[in-house]
Design a protein around this ligand. Structure first.
Ligand code: FPP
Length: 243
């Protein structure tokens, strides 16, 4: 089966899952983290090369302080507990987003996990944390403008590849498939530039109830899709169809 090289997931629905059960939103985030652990392991075992998880957006800072603080605690605990498992699974951990906004203990935990897994050669796991795509693109434009001002970059030499090279995702191929759970059908400021030719998949399941089997179905569905990148069917496909 053809797998996406890069799968990106918007893990949505933790709050609703908890509310439906009369529990606190943090309960939903804790269950969501358990699901994330399962899905990370499953993606790595299936042979996915890059997995990006939208764990905290720039807009999430506007949530009540208590929820933000719990999410930060969960994140730190995840990194403390799971880094040895990531090494065991040969998973390399990285983040995208504005690390300067994160509490210093969380930033330190990220640093530690990143260094500890730097030699891993299997799947690259990327947490989008304090991440916003518009902010990422704005910062890339600012960096390019600075080089133009200094005479180090000519504006006529700026191509789409140049822009990609100034984004935080420069070392990761664009996502082949973006999955969002909970029935919402939005990108919510996630990988806007990188999603130009991504396939999309929307699951009605809330993230805490998403399973390994659901992932398999999503990947099977992706495997059946024909990607054209704005072009016509390849001759190979064309020949298969006409013979
Ligand atoms: C969306 O649910 C989820 C988030 C804002 C955070 C995602 C975080 C986790 C799954 C836990 C941390 C992850 C890891 C991998 C350590 P929501 O709260 O927006 O749900 P709602 O739309 O139902 O309110």
């Amino acid at each position: 089966m053809r797998l996406p090289t890069h799968l990106a997931i918007i893990m949505d629905g933790n709050g609703r899952w908890a509310e439906q059960r009369g529990k606190s939103r943090s309960h939903g985030h804790i269950k969501g983290t358990r699901v994330a652990k399962t899905i990370i392991q499953e993606c790595s075992r299936k042979g996915i090369k890059y997995l990006t998880l939208y764990a905290f957006s720039t807009e999430n800072w506007l949530r009540p302080k208590s929820e933000v603080s719990i999410l930060m605690k969960i994140l730190k605990k995840y990194l403390k507990k799971e880094t040895s498992n990531l090494i065991k699974e040969n998973i390399r951990f990285e983040t995208i987003g504005d690390r300067t906004q994160l509490p210093s203990d969380v930033a330190e935990a990220i640093d530690h996990s990143q260094k500890a897994t730097a030699q891993c050669t299997g799947m690259k796991l990327i947490f989008a944390l304090s991440y916003g795509s518009r902010q990422e693109i704005t910062s890339a434009i600012r960096d390019m403008a600075e080089l133009v001002e200094k005479g180090l970059l000519r504006s006529q030499d700026i191509s789409a590849e140049t822009v990609s090279a100034f984004l935080q995702t420069r070392e990761t191929p664009d996502p082949d498939l973006i999955l969002r759970t909970s029935g919402e059908k939005r990108l919510s400021n996630f990988l806007l530039w990188q999603a130009a030719y991504s396939e999309f998949c929307f699951s009605a399941k809330l993230w805490p109830e998403f399973t390994k089997e659901d992932l398999t179905l999503v990947l099977q569905d992706y495997g059946l899709r024909e990607r054209r990148f704005g072009q016509v069917k390849s001759m190979e496909n064309h020949e298969q169809l006409t013979h």
